[in-house]
Write a protein that binds this ligand. Structure first.
Ligand SMILES: [Zn+2]
Length: 433
């Protein structure tokens, strides 16, 4: 049986595994606290009598044998890392409910026809290396050793070095590919996750059955202004990187607003217009990173780097916004006489979840008498890599006020347990058909 008490005590243990002295949860990928969380989750997998496989990227698969071991496995799980000063539910809800399902099946003596695999993905969050879902990418054969040399954290430490320091093997990253040690991909992949938005919390439905996942296009814009004396340089002789960056940031907002049918917020009147429902698929644009050098009061900012993230469920709408942003940035920099370059980080395709899977998970919600809604995911998840390859489903639970990536992130125990029960039922059904 899925146990609320056991699940809650495990959330408490995970909450205590965080880098000290910082607000919220801090388990940045491959740091000591992330590694400690991974050790704990592995111990829970062993408690559930799973046989563990660790791949060359550090992903952990806990397997429960099926009656017919020649069948492809049903896989389910999530990630254990966090953003800086994040919450204890993003990722954790998915991996702890997956382990709970395995524990429950073991206690109830249930063996499915197909083997079951509970998976802990490493490095889902992009906070450390600027790229997300790296563990899933490794497992899907989409991450190379060259990539690990290219990705570095803000201290300049490469992912390659980080993997080596954890005793992992970036040189044999190809062996992390699921198909390098299995004849076939899993027959299905399932992930439970907090919604990370306000839709369910506002509508009071208990479960979101995900119909598609918006995927990010990310880039860094390096603006090469001139770092001159802030007192001795008259205004007309400046090439201020930060002022150019400020215009570029607003160009991102304006471009995403226009694509979403929203007036850019300038006055109360226009804010009223912004409240009108958008008829087009929404595109969201964010500049979440601004780095200025030399970052001194008495120097005009020269080198400025912006980190831009654009998302939509509609790839063409997203592409159009990216193109618009690039052309606006070009106009701004040309007008200001400032050179710049754009470093592409990622350009991922939004993912559609199959109607069969949406219907399957919806029917399970109905059987359990759980109020649910079919909905899109605005955030990216490990599941998107699997959805391109195998039947994939996601269940969302509400999070309080839609807050996520924040110490205030919170989900109700009863919603977590509901999701774990639905997951168990889905896994049993998929494992026996
Ligand atoms: Zn997550």
């Amino acid at each position: 049986m899925i146990s609320l008490e056991r699940l809650m005590s495990r959330f408490e243990t995970m909450a205590a595994i965080t880098a000290p002295g910082l607000p919220g949860i801090n388990r940045l990928a491959f740091t000591d606290s992330d590694w400690q969380g991974r050790e704990y989750l592995m111990s829970l997998m062993r408690d559930a009598r799973l046989s563990l496989h660790v791949d060359s990227f550090g992903n952990v698969i806990g397997r429960r044998a099926g009656k017919d071991e020649s069948l492809p496995a049903v896989m389910f799980g999530s990630h254990g890392d966090s953003v800086p000063s994040g919450g204890n539910f993003d990722g954790v809800v998915g991996i702890l409910s997956a382990i709970e399902v395995m524990q429950s099946l073991d206690e109830d003596g249930i063996t499915t026809k197909a083997p079951l695999e509970c998976v802990l993905f490493m490095c889902e969050e992009s906070s450390r290396f600027g790229a997300a879902t790296l563990g899933s990418r490794a497992m899907c054969g989409e991450l190379t050793e060259e990539d690990t040399l290219r990705y570095a954290d803000k201290n300049g430490v490469t992912l390659h070095d980080v993997l080596m320091s954890r005793g992992l093997s970036p040189a044999s990253l190809a062996s992390a590919n699921y198909l390098s040690y299995h004849d076939a991909l899993p027959r299905a992949f399932l992930e439970v996750h907090i919604e990370q938005g306000k839709v369910l919390d506002t509508s009071h439905e208990k479960i979101g059955v995900v119909t598609g996942i918006a995927a990010p296009t990310r880039m860094r814009v390096h603006i090469h202004g001139s770092a001159d004396h802030s007192g001795a340089t008259p205004m007309e002789l400046r090439r201020d990187g930060m002022c150019a960056a400020a215009e570029a940031i607003l160009a991102v907002e304006q471009s995403a607003n226009e694509a979403s049918g929203i007036a850019t917020k300038k006055s109360d009147d226009e804010n009223d217009k912004a409240a009108a429902p958008a008829s087009r698929p929404p595109v969201v644009g964010t500049v979440g990173v601004v780095e200025a050098a030399p970052n001194a009061m008495n120097v005009i900012p020269g080198e400025v780097t912006l980190g831009i993230d654009i998302r939509s469920i509609d790839y063409d709408a997203k592409r159009a916004v990216v193109d618009k942003i690039k052309s606006r940035i070009d106009d701004i920099m040309t007008r200001r006489g400032i050179s710049y370059d754009i470093e592409p980080i990622s350009d991922e395709k939004p993912i559609a979840i199959s109607k069969e899977m949406v219907d399957f998970l919806s029917s399970i919600c109905e059987e359990h008498g759980v109020a649910y809604r079919a909905m899109m995911s605005g955030a990216g998840h490990d599941a998107m890599h699997w959805a391109e390859r195998v039947p994939t489903g996601m269940l969302f639970i509400p999070c309080r006020d839609g807050i996520s990536h924040n110490p205030a992130e919170s989900a109700k125990p009863e919603d977590i347990v509901t999701a774990a029960r639905l997951l168990e039922d889905a896994v049993k059904k998929l494992g026996n058909t």
